[in-house]
Design a protein around this ligand. Structure first.
Ligand SMILES: Nc1ncnc2c1ncn2[C@@H]1O[C@H](COP(=O)(O)OP(=O)(O)OP(=O)(O)O)[C@@H](O)[C@H]1O
Length: 286
């Protein structure tokens, strides 16, 4: 099970566990948690030691489990979910503050600069001219501390995220901080160490029925549209078109390699139907 968690889709295990929870793909999350918690907590001791600048920092098993649950709870909140939604999953008994100093700054600087420099050079070498122009314009604003607000827009699949990754690697490789935020949890997964804006900046999300999350943020921040927002709008507009809606279904199945770590039970039709892929029209399988 641990090997599967580590291998699936290339997500870090903790993030993958959260995604499986959010998509209700674990029938017994607490069993998976009990069997894999040590894998999920991988990196937390290292993180705590470097945040507290104390390489001898000792963390008990109970504390480590609690810290891991805290991380899971924080990630779930970005999807408006909580560990309490998945009983009998454990809930962190308290928020542990082992960190000393400014943990946000420490976390923002905690990158392998050499690896990032290599990644930057690698990504940069394949940029097309238009991407390079945008990259250098923004890097110039950073280097000269002149500030600015840049909107990058184009059709899906034209390389915006790729450029964003190049920019992030460039800036982080020089020891500067990039705060990667997106307006939805799904979009934030595409960004290196990305979080939703409301989670990162602790923007409260209203719970009144009449006000929606989008309306709330619209009055406070400029949002870039993400694929899921575009899909929602698309659906809304299509619903307002007069006439009867007709849905065409595709027939297909996942081609699972025998040696693959991906289990066929995971790739259920409902999950495949929840995916929208850049460059492909939305679809429904049956
Ligand atoms: N300069 C490039 N060199 C190599 N591959 C690239 C380049 N630019 C983009 N790609 C690849 O093209 C694909 C689409 O790019 P990307 O995901 O960045 O597009 P996008 O504009 O962010 O799409 P969307 O708006 O749908 O999210 C990705 O697989 C990405 O790795």
């Amino acid at each position: 099970m641990e090997r599967k968690l580590a291998g699936w889709f290339g997500f870090p295990p903790l993030q993958l566990f959260v995604i499986l929870l959010v998509f209700n793909m674990l029938s017994q999350p607490h069993v998976v948690w009990e069997k894999t918690w040590s894998l999920l907590s991988d990196g937390i001791i290292y993180e705590q030691r470097s945040l507290s600048n104390n390489q001898d920092l000792d963390i008990s098993k109970k504390e480590l489990m609690n810290l891991t649950l805290c991380d899971i709870e924080t990630m779930l909140r970005t999807y408006c979910k909580s560990l309490r939604d998945f009983p009998p999953m454990s809930f962190p008994t308290r928020h542990v503050h082992l960190q000393q100093g400014n943990s946000l700054i420490a976390a923002g600087l905690e990158y392998d600069k050499q690896a990032l420099t290599e990644e930057y050079n690698n990504l940069k070498s394949s940029l097309i001219d238009e991407q390079k122009r945008v990259l250098y314009t923004i890097l110039h604003a950073v280097d000269t501390n002149s500030g600015g607000m840049f909107f990058l827009y184009d059709h899906g699949g034209t390389g915006k995220t790729f450029l964003w990754r190049t920019l992030t690697a460039a800036i982080r490789s020089t020891g500067n901080i990039v705060i990667a935020v997106a307006s939805s949890g799904i979009a934030s997964l595409l960004l290196l160490s990305g979080r939703t804006a409301h989670s990162k900046f602790s923007i409260p999300v209203p719970t009144e029925q009449q006000s929606t999350y989008i309306d709330y943020l619209k009055s406070r921040a400029i949002l870039a549209s993400t694929i899921d927002v575009v899909d929602q709008l698309n659906e809304k507009v299509l619903k307002s078109v007069p006439g009867q809606e007709k849905e065409y279904l595709s027939s297909d199945k996942a081609d699972i390699d025998n040696n693959s770590d991906i289990s066929s039970e995971v790739l259920i039709t409902e999950f495949l139907n929840s995916l929208t892929t850049s460059g492909l029209p939305n679809h429904k399988l049956y």
